[in-house]
Design a protein around this ligand. Structure first.
Ligand code: BES
Ligand code: ZN
Length: 634
């Protein structure tokens, strides 16, 4: 059996499905509003203050309210402004120790609950560090770290508008629109659009700003601000306009970006109004601005229409990657048109396919290393830490599913009518994958597509583990890179250093390559070295004949070239290539590089060396530390 019928037996009794990763009883109440009133202390390394919720019973009255907390110091609770009894329940990792509040005294259906508290040293959401120009604080709440920043309904299944007030000795940014004040060292923000707690974000430090578009500014510490501006200003507004064309008007007013210190553990984080970004985007070739296309796309996928639990995370990331690639394709077309190309539309589509192919190869490469149960689109996260399930699966398997649907249902033209329908239907809500499938039926059946839908193996797409069926991506841009990799490999196999050097007219070979094509080239070279017997001493010559490594400021190229060398160059820990890579790993905090970087050292140099190198750096973000420890079995 295929189609929607085939997944009926997996359907939850109520939709959207409940979230197993929260201990709160969020389903018993509706959140009318949330208010945070905070004080940042750089001396104590804490955030303290109060959170106040206005709540309504959802259907029936309940006698208790349970909120997620993790290592919070709870000072007091009041219900309707009167001090109220509370209990901290025993800790149940990784979900923390929830706070239970008695609601016995409540008469009306609407009531307020206020909790005063402080964060502690064990807070996983915050990092206090020395920035380039002074003390710095930033948060990362997704997926379940908001509970270590404030008592909350820590589930993407519960949304609320937020207001924030913060006292801090230095500039504060939060995930809302700033509001004017004359009070010194006090910052106000308003987030009128209902958001889940994982999108609450705070940063404070010596931060300045520069414009990167009519509705966008970039923020960073002063020494980097010009660099940030250059890297992003060319594309930001184009991205927004293309995204709006695919969906509907950008609803959040401003799209600003904060470039954080290097310990920020992700490439980007879609905090509403203030996307957080890694400084590894500053690669001097504008190739990583694509991460902002991705975070921008979350303004619709994730931030307006939200996965109801991390089990359906692919709905957030798969859709976002789908948009990201549509945006990049459209931008490539715009640029091709400006440069006078006749076939600019085709070129844009080729570019999208190129990006899709890149994603597909990464997916194929990582699947063998993943726990099988994490390789399906829908996860079972009962008693699981969602951080442990993080991988390319929701991104690229999610993308592949949507790309498959796009083709199956008639191509971009047909699918493009569905996109605004879906995002309008579910905006401000949190949904599960079944509701997504239902919306496909709702939209496409009247268009005569019932049979097509019924022929789709939704069960396999959503629940089967492993690599999905390969899609017919246009590989013309990929082929250029593969051919070059073939040429390089054959000269490596011949095994003569001078010949290797002579074979490559580097300038000419790479003249038309952009950074992404370099990555495909490197990926292919690496794949071929896996299956070809090449003398490690020859591999070590590679940096001399591939100048883009030593010259590049592009972290992707640095990481991939170093990985290739360490994998196939048979180095030992005292070799400069290894030493240099080890020190480089101390300068980046983005887990995309840090985690595979240490795994690489453990596998190809030694586990001891990997652990020694890791432990020599005290600066990693708490989330990054925890995950590398798991990776290395510390
Ligand atoms: N929302 C994610 C980051 C995230 C996911 C943080 C899960 C915590 C838990 C963000 O939008 C993202 O996907 N970032 C990518 C960017 C890339 C796919 C362009 C990253 O960090 O590399
Ligand atoms: Zn994302």
């Amino acid at each position: 059996m295929t189609g929607r019928e085939a997944i009926q037996h997996k359907r939850p009794a109520i939709s959207p499905e409940l979230d197993p990763c929260t201990l709160s009883n969020y389903y018993d109440v509706n959140i009318v509003s949330s208010n945070l009133d905070l004080v940042v202390s750089f001396d104590n390394k804490t955030v303290s203050g109060s959170v106040t919720y206005v709540l309504k019973f959802a259907s029936k009255r309940v006698s208790k309210l349970t909120l997620d907390c993790s290592y919070l110091d709870i000072k007091g609770v009041s219900v309707n402004d009167k001090s109220a009894p509370f209990t901290m329940l025993p800790i149940s990792e990784p979900f923390g120790s929830p706070l239970e509040i008695s609601l016995e005294t409540i008469v009306d259906s609407e009531f307020s609950v206020s909790i005063t508290y402080a964060t502690t040293e064990k807070c996983t959401a915050l990092q206090f560090i020395n920035g380039d120009t002074g003390p710095y604080l930033f948060s990362q709440c997704q997926p379940i770290h908001a509970r270590s920043l404030f008592p909350c309904f820590d589930t993407p299944g519960a949304k609320s508008p937020f207001k924030y007030k913060v006292y801090s000795p230095s500039k504060v940014l939060m995930s809302g629109l700033p509001e004017e004040t004359i009070e010194k060292d006090v910052y106000y923000f308003n987030q009128p659009i209902p958001i889940p707690s994982y999108l609450v974000a705070i940063a404070s430090g010596n931060i300045v700003s520069a414009p990167i578009g009519p509705r966008s500014s970039v923020y960073s510490e002063e020494p980097k601000i010009k660099e940030c501006q250059w890297e992003f200003e060319q594309d930001m507004e184009d991205f927004i306009q293309v995204a709006e064309k695919l969906t509907f008007k950008y609803e959040w007013s401003k799209f600003d970006v904060l470039v954080l210190p290097s310990t920020f553990p992700y490439g980007g984080m879609e905090n509403p109004n203030i996307t957080f970004a890694t400084p590894t985007l500053l690669c001097k070739d504008r190739s990583q601005v694509k991460v902002l296309a991705h975070e921008l796309a979350h303004s619709w996928a994730g931030n307006l229409v939200t996965n109801c639990s991390w089990e359906h995370f692919w709905l957030n990331e798969g859709w976002t990657v789908y948009f990201e690639r549509r945006i990049l394709g459209a931008i490539a077309a715009i640029k091709a048109k400006r440069s006078g190309r006749q076939d600019y539309e085709e070129y844009g589509e080729k570019y999208r396919h190129f990006a899709a192919y890149l994603g597909w190869s990464e997916l194929a490469q990582t699947i063998p290393d993943l726990a099988v149960e994490s390789t399906s689109l829908i996860w079972n996260l009962t008693n699981q830490d969602p951080d442990d399930f993080y991988s390319r699966i929701p991104y690229d398997k999610g993308f592949t599913f949507l790309y498959y649907l796009e083709n199956k249902l008639g191509g971009t033209k047909e699918f493009d009518d569905f996109i605004p329908f879906y995002f309008k239907k579910f905006r401000y809500q949190s949904i599960d994958s079944f509701q997504f499938i239902d919306s496909l039926y709702e939209f496409f059946v009247p268009k005569g597509k019932q049979e097509v839908l019924d022929s789709i193996d939704f069960e396999a797409w959503l629940f089967a583990p492993g690599l999905p069926e390969y899609q017919n991506f246009d590989t013309s841009m990929v082929d250029e890179c593969t051919n070059l990799a073939d040429k390089w490999i054959s000269s490596f196999v011949k095994g003569d250093v001078d010949l290797i050097k002579a074979t490559f007219d580097q300038e000419k070979d790479f003249a038309s390559f952009d950074a992404n094509q370099h990555l495909v080239f490197l990926g292919n070279l690496s794949k071929q070295l896996d299956s070809t017997d090449v003398d490690p001493l020859l591999v070590r010559v590679f940096p001399d004949v591939y100048p883009y490594y030593s010259e590049s400021q592009n972290f992707e190229i640095i990481f991939n070239t170093s990985s290739l060398l360490i994998k196939y160059g048979s180095y030992s820990e005292t070799d400069t290539t290894v030493q240099r890579f080890a020190s480089w790993l101390h300068t980046v905090g983005r887990m995309k590089y840090v985690r595979p970087g240490y795994r690489l050292l453990a596998k190809h140099i030694s586990r001891d060396f990997a652990i020694k190198t890791f432990e020599a750096n005290d600066n990693y973000h708490p989330i990054c530390k925890a995950l590398v420890k798991k990776d290395l079995g510390i």
